[in-house]
Design a protein around this ligand. Structure first.
Ligand SMILES: Nc1ccn([C@@H]2O[C@H](COP(=O)(O)O)[C@@H](O)[C@H]2O)c(=O)n1
Ligand SMILES: C[C@@]1(CO)OP(=O)(O)OP(=O)(O)OC[C@H]1O
Length: 160
């Protein structure tokens, strides 16, 4: 068994899409990044890479590489999960926390769990996504950006 944790932050900007956990969310602000800036999928990718001691997302997909400009983070996560499987592991479970003052994430939690489970070839019951505000404090509280934290447990394929 291996455990990993991931954390990511992206800033809100006008004229950008808001894609979180692979789900498009209608909102007046979107998230800015070199890729599509899916803060949750990036934190999941980092948690998976951490669990297999393979560095981080920026190491595998540098933000200086034009290949990843506007990249679909779902594709990046699929590539990361292929590395996980190549090392002989499969998802045990995943627990995610999104920190955002706005928008309200509750309506999008189920579609996010479904999308993440699909990307990681897992059951929805293996994926939890929750959201919290930071009670108007800090950069998330000022609605300057969004953060996501993830803990992942991987299990040996032979034991699953
Ligand atoms: N962006 C968010 C933030 C929170 N929620 C939901 O609201 C509940 C209460 O949030 P607090 O920060 O006041 O604890 C939280 O447990 C979430 O269910 C949300 O949907 N979207
Ligand atoms: C995903 C990558 C690559 O396009 O770019 P960003 O969208 O800026 O995201 P970040 O979370 O800073 O992670 C690393 C990157 O290299």
């Amino acid at each position: 068994m291996r455990i990993g944790q991931g954390f990511d932050v992206h800033t809100f900007a006008k004229g950008e899409s808001l894609i979180v956990g692979g789900v498009n969310i209608p909102y007046e602000w979107g998230l800015k990044g070199h890729s599509d800036a899916d803060v949750l999928l990036h934190a999941i990718a980092d948690a998976c890479l951490g669990a297999i001691a393979e560095g981080d997302i920026g190491h595998h997909f540098p933000d200086t590489d034009p290949t990843f400009s506007g990249a679909d983070s779902a594709g990046l996560l699929k590539d990361v999960y292929a590395l996980v499987e190549g090392k002989g592991y499969t998802l045990g479970n995943l627990d995610c926390t999104i920190v955002a003052e706005k928008p309200k994430m509750a309506p999008y939690i189920s579609p996010m769990r479904e999308k993440i489970a699909e990307l990681l070839q897992a059951e929805i019951s293996q994926v939890n996504v929750k959201a919290t505000t930071s009670e108007k404090m800090g950069f998330t509280g000022r609605k300057e950006g969004m953060a996501a934290m993830v803990t992942v447990l991987l299990q040996n394929k032979s034991c699953s």
